[in-house]
Ligand binder design. Structure first.
Ligand code: DQA
Length: 144
């Protein structure tokens, strides 16, 4: 699940986000999922309400979740609460290294509900997330 502003990913600062389009990101992530023996589905919206509604009911369509809420990561307690309701294992991913940027990006309101966080690895962070979730779903995951 991609959050706000991912629909214009190719227009965002390439030094942080790599200059790729959302379609290119999703094609890569779909490949990582399939390499890990998983099937990926995707969702992006700029509406926090739509994101919350999809997230809290995600178990109807998925066994696990990779979540990059974009800027909502840093302040949306509504998304935190929706993730609590999701009741599937979740991994948080950020393309950029949020810990090395502005201080307000160092806070994540979803991290405590995720089994792992990968930040600053670019697209490869999604491969790490898929591998972590495949391990989680097969019951062999330990720690972060
Ligand atoms: C982001 C990091 C956030 O701070 C930012 O607001 C984004 C993208 C990332 O993937 O690096 O929109 O989540």
């Amino acid at each position: 699940m991609h959050g706000v502003n991912f629909d214009v990913l190719e227009r965002r600062d390439p030094s942080h986000y790599g200059g790729l389009t959302l379609a290119e990101l999703e094609a890569a992530v779909g490949g990582f999922a399939s390499d890990a023996g998983l099937v990926a589905g995707f969702f992006q919206t700029n509406s926090e309400a739509a994101f919350v509604e999809r997230l809290r009911d995600v178990a109807a369509s998925a066994d696990a979740l990779v979540i990059n809420p974009g800027a909502w990561t840093h302040y949306s307690w509504a998304i935190h609460d929706a993730l609590e309701l999701a009741r599937v294992p979740a991994v948080e991913v950020h393309l950029s290294d949020v810990a090395a940027r502005e201080p307000w990006r160092r806070v994540s309101v979803v991290g405590d509900l995720c089994v792992a966080t990968f930040s600053g690895h670019g697209v490869e962070g999604y491969r790490m997330a898929m591998e972590r979730l495949a391990a989680e779903l097969s019951g062999v995951a330990e720690g972060n």
